[in-house]
Design a protein around this ligand. Structure first.
Ligand code: UDP
Ligand code: MG
Length: 316
């Protein structure tokens, strides 16, 4: 018999989407079970991330309709990454392998076949990578490109064009559970887990309904979180910048002394103001970045739970 597969699907205010996509997930699961690829104990595990609409009611109704549907509900909205982690950690002891996927139908569910065959060939992590971004808006496409470019430059190892459509074995999840950080960025943490990994290409489609929960502000938050949670390179850059500024100031001092002795001192108001403004700005920026890290340390020392489960469907 094949491995037990859990599809882990975070859902936030998705009442318009779930009734359309849930049957597609079930259809895929049933096909895989019938062909003996996966065990009959496999499940579709929805994680309700504190939705304010009827998402949880839909999930409980689904679980009564078919035992392959299951769900957990978080006590409030904790964000996509935390919801996903909650689902994965719940699934880890119940299955052999998980695939995390968005519930809006954007990720092509058929890629699961290829992911499973990579898993059977010995990969513990299989990254779903978007073949093209045609379905995204011009803005989303290019901001995403900039995002990956900056991340790599800032020392975060990421798989290009991979979001959170990913297969992880229970062994990889067990290792992931040892990462105790509170600020989580799963697609950056998965490569840190190690083990054999591979990638699978798929086409990213348009949302079947509803709208994205990732406006620009959340995307920027995610990017800042990714960098400051996983890399200290910005602090090194600040140190390097500090040295550069010191060097520049030393040149300035030499220059002013020489000017003084050549008695060619002039009323250089504009240049002084420009220099003050520049260094004022640079200092505040650097303090801001350092502050981000101190904020992170503060949050980590609190050791707050990363998610709180309030309810589960009966079949879990
Ligand atoms: N999501 C979540 N909690 C949130 C925001 C989003 O669980 O606070 C879920 C959402 O229901 C979806 C997935 O995360 O299944 C990806 O979100 P979305 O489709 O809005 O993002 P996009 O695809 O536009 O990046
Ligand atoms: Mg989406």
């Amino acid at each position: 018999m094949g491995p037990i597969l859990y599809l882990v699907i975070p859902c936030y205010n998705e009442e318009a989407v779930l009734p359309q996509t849930a049957p597609l997930f079930l259809e895929k699961l049933n096909t895989l079970i019938l062909s003996g690829e996966i065990s009959d104990k496999s499940r579709i595990l929805f994680v309700n991330d504190g939705s304010r609409d009827n998402t949880w009611e839909i999930i409980t109704a689904l679980s009564k309709e078919n035992p392959h549907y299951a769900g957990i509900s978080l006590s409030r909205n904790m964000g996509h990454q935390n919801a996903l982690l909650a689902g994965l950690m719940e699934a880890k002891s119940l299955c052999d392998v998980t695939v995390s996927i968005d519930c809006d139908g954007q990720d092509d569910i058929n890629a699961v076949d290829k992911m499973l065959s990579e898993f059977k060939k010995g990969s513990d992590i299989v990254y779903g990578v978007r073949e093209s971004r045609k379905s995204d808006t011009f803005f989303k496409r290019n901001s995403a490109r900039l995002f990956y470019f900056l991340l790599n430059r800032l020392g975060v190892e990421t798989v290009f064009n991979h979001a959170d459509y990913r297969l992880m074995s229970s062994r990889a999840l067990e290792a992931l559970s040892k990462f105790k950080e509170v600020n989580i960025y799963l697609r950056g943490m998965a490569p840190m887990v190690g083990f054999k990994s591979s990638t699978v290409l798929y086409d990213r489609k348009k949302r079947v309904a509803g709208k994205s929960h990732y406006p620009l502000s959340k995307m920027l938050r995610l990017a800042l979180n990714a960098v400051t949670s996983l890399s200290t390179r910005p602090i090194h850059l600040i140190t390097a910048f500090g040295f550069f500024v010191m060097l520049l100031s030393a040149c300035g001092i030499v220059w002013s002394i020489i000017s003084y002795f050549l008695s060619s001192t002039v009323a250089g108001w504009a240049s002084i103001v420009a220099i003050i403004c520049f260094f004022g700005g640079a200092q505040i920026l650097c303090i801001g970045v350092i502050g981000e890290y101190i904020g992170k340390i503060y949050m980590e020392t609190k050791n707050r739970p990363r998610y709180i489960i309030s309810q589960k469907t009966e079949n879990l």
